[in-house]
Design a protein. Structure first.
Length: 668
């Protein structure tokens, strides 16, 4: 019990005293409420079965240090029952041990239990053998429900004693995923779970797409999402789809861009009554995977901008998908989504990698947006109770065209004369311009006219904690101290409610306040505020390699059943260029392969251990995951071809052929 008193204390800013009972979790139309106090959680998706068991504790701890306060994870059916009737909860498939790690790290968990998960897993996580049973998938077909019940009973063996009511981490569960049918199916899944013994504070579903018939109000909180780009688009053009809408403040909670290859065109509609739920997300794009036919290159600003927009549009739970990347586990067959499978076969995905260009990558590497997003997470933690009941106000048009640069995109949230202004002068790949002479007003307070530089994304306080307004971003409020961050390109002004106005302030860090109890930080200082110490700079060293074979005959790129290019087969890689990489003695290192080619694979002693669809980023491999006896790796690269039916980002060199630019290792 003590550990979850502590996590709720951290989440809420309460004292560390041990409560006599498990914290009560309720919700209303605004937010979650823990023991009577509103919270704005940060939820990060990580898939335990895609990370080696020995790494769980370190990786969950990194998520927590990044400001994540709730863990979300899928339970992939075919990861645990690949063979009918044989459940494997061992090693990295051991859900119970993962939950115990979350408990030790004092983080609540939302389990997404399927039976259909998607998650770019083979058949959406549904085992191949189930397709031979003659039942209708994801329906109230008695045969399908019987197998699903057996799955849920198995999951319960892992969860029993670790539910919230027991003082454990499991706080909620999601049923199925991206379901468009009748709500009665979702309710049947919930009824089944409750009869088995699941008894949790709340239950969830994805709020997209619109259901054919609704779930009764109060049974499942819908969670929404948005992405900066989508590998699933059928187009191979840059900025295809309507992802641009994710960069504009708007009242409509959902997205019409997610899973368009399965769901088709979607209208901007919610089920009746859904706006009476709190506005939560579970799939705010922390990055994006690369499919064979479409290979987006995501930027740190993409995730940060969308998070600012979601907060400014009224969301009170930011749930990132993915927050931590992973690697598909070994199976009897490849466990990746691809067009040559019985179902969920819309996209050809890498066999092993599920890096997702997430804040924490496949091997736990901290990417730039890990730090960038921390600023928002600290803010949500420290001002969440104030932010949660604030209504969103939209002074600007909500329906825009791609690249619309005719106005500054901003909103504010306010209640009882206090508020926060949200600014987003950014849209992925659109180069929005600097906006001059901008007049912002909220809660009856006019800010001085500002010039908002291109690319600016920030939050400004109004009538908050003795500050009438500030042109600096609120980051944290701890031990009587208020921390603000300078917004690059905007002079820092703090106007106090006592009438004093301080202009052109310079960051002083945490050493001394700029006035009273207010500290002004640089953006970089804010990103690492309260971290114990900066990590030492990784030193890259060259790794020896040699070319063994030239690539042979070019393969014919075929178009699959779902009308996009198909990835190479295992046999195709027999025609690849072959390199030998001589491994360094230092194995706590991340191997980085800068190459040009269509796609590449790494083999250790003949076993496939990593793969990569080229998009301009290096091909990575955590050397600590290899057997100690392994002294070299075999790298195979298939060459780029002329006029491939593939979207490559502007960062990729698409010159036909293949080459290795460099191979380095960085101590980790």
């Amino acid at each position: 019990m003590r550990q979850f008193t502590i996590v709720m204390s951290w989440l809420l800013g309460l004292s560390m005293a041990v409560a006599a009972e498990v914290p009560e979790v309720t919700w209303d139309k605004y937010s979650l409420i823990i023991d009577g106090q509103r919270v704005c959680p940060v939820m990060g998706e990580v898939h335990y079965s895609r990370i080696p068991q020995a790494e769980w504790a370190d990786e969950v701890r990194k998520m927590k240090e990044g400001g994540v306060t709730v863990i979300a994870c899928y339970v992939f059916w075919n990861h645990i029952e690949e063979t009918e009737g044989v459940f494997d909860w061992s090693g990295q498939r051991c859900l119970r041990q993962f939950l115990e790690v979350c408990s030790q790290e004092q983080l609540p968990v939302v389990l997404r239990v399927g039976p259909f998960c998607h998650g770019e897993a083979r058949c959406g996580g549904i085992p191949d053998w189930l397709f031979s049973k003659g039942c209708e998938m994801r329906s109230e077909d008695p045969v399908f429900l019987a197998y699903t019940e057996r799955l849920y009973r198995q999951i319960f063996t892992q969860v029993q004693g670790l539910q919230w009511k027991d003082g454990g981490p499991v706080m909620a569960m999601q049923f199925d995923n991206e379901y468009s049918g009748h709500g009665s199916y979702l309710m049947r899944l919930k009824q089944m779970a409750r009869e088995i013994g699941f008894d949790l504070p709340f239950y969830t579903r994805t709020g997209w797409p619109e259901l054919a018939s609704p779930v009764p109000f109060g049974e499942m909180i819908p969670h929404y999402g948005d992405y900066a780009d989508g590998f699933w688009e059928r187009s191979i053009e840059e900025t295809a789809g309507n992802y641009y809408k994710a960069f504009n403040f708007k009242a409509f909670r959902s997205s019409t861009a997610i899973a368009t290859e399965q769901l088709g065109k979607q209208e901007e509609r919610l089920n009746e009554g859904d706006e009476q739920y709190p506005y939560f997300t579970c799939e705010l794009g922390g990055g994006m995977m690369t499919a064979y036919h479409r290979r987006p290159y995501l930027y740190p600003e993409d995730a940060y901008s969308m998070a600012i927009v979601k907060l400014g549009s009224g969301s009170n739970l930011l749930g990132y998908y993915m927050y931590h990347g992973g690697t598909n586990p070994d199976g009897k067959i490849w466990l990746n989504e691809m067009q040559r499978t019985p179902a969920t076969n819309y996209n050809d995905m890498p066999v092993k990698t599920y890096d997702f260009q997430a804040p924490l990558g496949e091997f736990g590497q901290k990417n730039p947006h890990y730090y960038m997003l921390r600023k928002l997470h600290l803010f949500m933690h420290d001002w969440g109770d104030l932010l949660a009941p604030m209504e969103a106000v939209f002074p600007c048009p909500q329906d825009i065209q791609k690249g619309d640069d005719s106005f500054l995109r901003w909103s504010y949230r306010a209640k009882d004369g206090t508020g926060f202004i949200f600014i987003n002068n950014y849209e992925r790949l659109q180069n929005l311009s600097t906006k001059s002479h901008v007049q912002l007003e909220a809660c009856g307070v006019k800010l001085p006219k500002l010039t908002i530089p291109a690319g600016t994304m920030c939050i400004l306080p109004v009538n908050i904690d003795g500050i009438r307004y500030a042109t600096a971003q609120p980051i944290a409020k701890r031990d009587g101290k208020i921390y603000l961050a300078q917004v690059k390109g905007i002079p820092s002004t703090i106007a106090l409610q006592n009438g004093k106005v301080l202009k052109n302030l310079k960051p002083s860090g945490t050493a001394k306040p700029v006035c009273q109890n207010i500290y002004l930080l640089t953006s970089e200082q804010a990103e690492r505020l309260f971290l114990q110490a900066d990590e030492p700079q990784a030193r890259s060293t060259a790794v020896a390699y040699q070319k063994e074979k030239e690539a042979r005959a070019l393969r014919t790129i075929t178009i699959g059943v779902n009308r996009v290019a198909e990835e190479p087969t295992d046999e195709d890689f027999e025609q690849a260029a072959v390199y030998t990489i001589h491994l360094p003695q230092q194995r706590q290192a991340l191997l980085q392969i800068a190459y040009r080619g269509d796609c590449a694979r790494l083999y250790a002693d003949g076993k496939l251990v990593a793969d990569n669809f080229y998009n301009g980023r290096p091909f990575l491999m955590g050397l600590w995951r290899l057997p100690e006896s392994c002294t070299s790796l075999e790298l195979r690269i298939l060459p780029l071809q002329k006029d491939m039916p593939v979207y490559f980002p502007r960062e990729a060199d698409t010159t036909p052929g293949e080459s290795v630019v460099s191979i380095t290792s960085a101590a980790y």
